[in-house]
Every structure is written in structure tokens, then in C-alpha cells.
Design a protein around this ligand. Structure first.
Ligand SMILES: [Fe+2]
Length: 156
């Protein structure tokens, strides 16, 4: 078997890096969506949601860096331009949303899309014996599932 410096299958690692780039692009759109919601939110829940969305985008920003550095660890090249992100990402762009319910529904939808990409990655990393990516995806998924529960609870 042709292996990488980490002792992982080379072809599977290349596939993983490429899928991680898709996740990275989607996270960048998700991040920018959250910034827009943080800025544009209006109404009685402004103070609560303005702060909550900042918490979410700070978390997304940290995850963007973790994903990019995992790609580098797998000897791949992380995508880093808006041009590429827009081409690759499937998360819906949220634009000019000021309504609280619409904002929270938009975040749930983005998180669901991210989780579905992460589950695909989890299958790949499992078959590649890539425990590093595997545990990263598991952590992301369980955190995001919990956030979806909380957002749903907020919707009532
Ligand atoms: Fe701010």
C-alpha cells in the first residue's frame, strides 16, 4: 500500500483532504451567514440573539482553522479564497435576514448541511483508519446536534 508520512493510505488521504476542503468551504459560508445575522438581527430578541450569534461565529471560526490545519496535516492544500468557497459550498447563503425566527431556522438548516457532510467524512475516515479526522468529525457532529436541539427548543 502506498502510504503517507502518517502511515495512512495515500489515495484515501487525498480523498479525505478533498472532502475536508468541501467542509471548509461550507463552514466559511456558514461563518459569514452568522456574521450577517449578528449584524442584521432586529426586534425584541436583539440582545439575546446578537450575543448568541457572536458565540456561534467565534466557534465556527475556530473550527475553520481546525479543518484547514487537518488538511495540512494530511498534506493537502486548504482552499482559502472566497472565489473557491462560493464554487464549492452547498450551504445556502443567508442575506439581509433581520427576523429572529427566520435567522434561527437558517442556522438550523446550515448546521444540518454541515452535519451531513461530516457524516460522509466520518465514513471515509473510518475506512481510511484516520482516527484524527474521525474523532474531529465525531466532536463536530455531537456539538452541532446539541446546538440544533437548543435552537429548536428556542423556536418552541
Ligand atoms: Fe459584533
Amino acid at each position: 500500500m502506498n502510504t503517507t508520512i502518517l502511515g495512512l493510505d495515500k489515495n484515501k488521504t487525498e480523498e479525505l483532504a478533498s472532502e475536508l476542503n468541501i467542509l471548509l468551504a461550507n463552514f466559511q459560508v456558514h461563518y459569514q451567514n452568522l456574521r450577517g445575522l449578528h449584524w442584521n438581527i432586529k426586534g425584541n430578541n436583539f440582545f439575546e440573539l446578537h450575543v448568541k450569534f457572536e458565540e456561534f461565529y467565534t466557534d465556527a471560526q475556530e473550527k475553520v482553522d481546525i479543518i484547514a490545519e487537518r488538511i495540512l496535516t494530511l498534506q493537502g492544500q486548504p482552499v482559502h479564497t472566497f472565489e473557491d468557497y462560493i464554487k464549492i459550498a452547498s450551504v445556502v447563503v443567508v442575506k439581509n435576514v433581520a427576523n429572529d425566527v427566520e435567522a434561527v431556522q437558517g442556522i438550523i438548516s446550515s448546521l444540518s448541511e454541515l452535519i451531513s457532510i461530516e457524516r460522509g467524512l466520518l465514513n471515509l475516515s473510518d475506512s481510511a483508519d484516520d482516527e484524527g479526522t474521525n474523532s474531529m468529525m465525531s466532536d463536530f457532529i455531537s456539538e452541532q446536534e446539541k446546538t440544533i436541539w437548543m435552537l429548536n427548543a428556542w423556536l418552541g
